[in-house]
Design a protein around this ligand. Sequence first.
Ligand code: ASP
Length: 287
Amino acid sequence: MYALIGTWQMCLDGARRGTSLLRAGACAGDAVEQAIIMVEDEPSYSSVGYGGLPDSTGHVYLDAAYMDGNTLRLGGVMSAENVRNPISLARKLCGRETNCLLAGRGAEQAAVSFGLQLRDMRTEASLEAWRAAVAKQQKKLSAYEEHDTVCILALDEKGGMAAGTSTSGLFMKDPGRVGDSPIVGSGFYCDARYGAAAATGLGEDIMRGCLSYEVVSLMRRGASPTDACREALTALTERKKSLGEDEGSMSLIALSPDGMFGAATTLPEFPFAAGRGEEAAVYTVKA
Ligand code: ASP
């Protein structure tokens, strides 16, 4: 049984590419990488890859990660500029025993050494959004409301599992700011024995609960993907509330080794794409 799940409506085309690859016998890693590349390459998806949301200085810095659930190896890229497909770099880095999480210029140099393409990731639209925010002296908090990460989890016919994430992070973020997306256990986790999970939303909150590891750990103890997502999210939102904070903006997806998928969110609606033994379709979960 193959299966795949991904965050937001924007991943639908990529998720469909992923499920058709899985149907043809591809491994989970290929499905994850190819699904995310489709989102990274599409400039109209303004929170991922080419045309991503700029930081406060007008530069597009990208975070991405890849985890192989069969080996527990992972690769990640933080604050990388000009790397056309950060997910491909993260996957290449996952093949290394050391130096598998690279930031900034080191990530860009690694991309060159792997023969991956560099490109200016700014588009006229992303620069225009930045200029408008600067002109309005947009308050950081409202600017920060613009973000979103593409996360893909896949299970292949042989029982292999993989997880990937890719994002430009928060709009108008401080230079060098890194969210949860390339941080193992927070933005993603994958262990083919128990399942995979990934997160999208405000990284500063998601990291406080190591939410993706928590979801996989709950699945290890027998929870279904949906129950694991709900329980991990509720534990953190309850804790935030006890500290006098609001619930925040966080969404989780999960996939089990038998191809069951689930999600949970604090948002009024959170769309995700998923397919189990068939082409991916869009589903919505509510808070
Ligand atoms: N989690 C991402 C970050 O904090 C943003 C998002 O998924 O909305 O960078």
